[in-house]
Design a protein around this ligand. Structure first.
Ligand code: UD1
Length: 365
């Protein structure tokens, strides 16, 4: 049986990579990698395929850009045409991006079972496009692979068949543990783009920012900029900028202050090299909350909610909200006193993809 592995946006590639490795090791299932093209800039997608050791996509749907509806619609049309001729035994989607929801709807209507990796996460925040993607995807998912107890609880509350819900840990942790080990063995890191910054700064913090609620209005972006200006008085900050965020910084004429150094989106290893040794991470990313928890790096999340509460309950993450009067003291405390280290959740042990593949192989045998 052949399964489709769907990837479209940056955070999908990190989750697909360990699944591909586990499929290769297991040998019972065939697969095809379908790249929707949601992220289309080279530094937002191609570099990840090369670095994470993911084979080149078998199919490229080439559906980048546009509004949410345009993007989702284009992906659905292209994937529908593919699935009509290809008839996979299952469609595996990861995370909560537009590609996840688009392909799961198409697969389900073609009577192809949907496996959702990272199912059941809920922020309760319906202004987040990802929350809508999560709800839509889980409404039609056949097999739920969950990363943390909160996800299991949400699925139970929503009346799902709990016999089809498996606690497998997190493929994001599989990937970061694997890549961190590889990085440790890299004697010469001078080829990584971020290395130059590390050589110039022994102590620094890392910033990432791309949520529409933080970057799409001048007011919200200026609020975060005021945090960065204040914190960077105490600690230099480095900020690899997502294309939409960069466009808005320019459009709104935002001043980030002299202590904040911007760089382009980083390849995986270069970014890992940077954040793993940061004194603190300031972010609104979902994936980075989890990756920092996996490696025990203090993380401050500049959002009002998180769909990943295990990173706060057990991990190194603090949910700070978006009020500078709250974020700034938390950041200064992390800088001066070391910040929260937490512990890695038990099932985030690097074996999650193996668990997923053996469950799928049994189901599809
Ligand atoms: C998407 C995901 C988000 C994820 C993020 C990670 C959805 C709803 N959102 O957000 O959950 O955290 O990826 O990076 O699926 N752009 C480029 N080049 C690219 C990609 C995007 O310039 O390669 C710009 C374009 O202006 C594009 C805009 O960013 O229209 C938004 O891209 P989109 O893929 O819709 O959402 P992201 O903000 O990247």
């Amino acid at each position: 049986p052949c399964i489709h592995l769907i990837a479209g946006a940056r955070p999908n590639f990190m989750k697909i990579a360990p699944i591909v490795r586990a499929l290769q090791a297991d040998g019972r299932l065939a697969w095809k990698i379908i790249h929707t093209g949601q992220h289309y800039d080279r530094d937002m997608n191609e570099v990840f395929f090369e670095e994470l050791g993911i084979p080149a996509p078998d199919v490229r749907l080439g559906c980048g850009g546009g509004s949410h509806a345009e993007q989702t619609g284009k992906i659905m049309q292209a994937y529908e045409a593919l699935i009509a001729t290809d008839k996979p035994a299952a469609c595996l989607v990861v995370g909560d991006v537009n590609s996840t929801a688009a392909c799961s709807i198409v697969a389900k209507k073609a009577c192809v079972p949907v496996a959702h990796v990272e199912a059941g996460l809920r922020s309760g925040d319906m202004s987040m496009p990802e929350e809508i993607n999560r709800l839509v995807t889980d409404a039609i998912t056949d097999w739920f692979f969950v990363t943390e107890p909160s996800a299991r609880q949400h699925l139970a509350r929503e009346g799902k068949d709990m016999g089809a819900v498996w606690d497998v840990g997190h493929v994001m942790a599989d990937n970061v543990l694997y890549q961190a080990e590889k990085l440790k063995l890299t004697a010469d890191t001078s080829g990584l783009e971020s290395d130059a910054y590390k050589r110039r700064h022994a102590r620094y913090g890392v910033v990432t920012l791309h949520r529409p609620s933080n970057v799409d209005s001048a007011e919200a972006l200026e609020r975060i900029a005021s945090v960065l200006r204040a914190v960077s008085q105490e600690l230099p900050l480095v900020f690899p900028v997502h294309p939409r965020t960069r466009a808005n910084i320019e459009k709104f004429g935002i001043d980030l202050g002299a202590g904040v150094e911007l760089m382009g989106p980083q390849a995986y290893m270069s970014f890992l090299h940077l954040w793993k040794d940061a004194l603190v991470i300031l972010t609104d990313s979902g994936g980075l909350q989890e990756e920092s928890t996996a490696l025990g790096v203090p993380c401050i999340t500049m959002r009002e909610n998180t769909e990943r509460p295990i990173t706060v309950d057990e991990g190194s993450n603090v949910l700070a909200g978006t009020d500078p009067a709250v974020i700034i003291p938390l950041a200064l405390d992390a800088i001066r006193n070391g910040g929260k280290r937490g512990r890695r959740p038990e099932l985030w042990d690097g074996k999650s993809a193996e668990r997923i593949v053996s469950i799928l192989a049994e189901r599809l045998a």
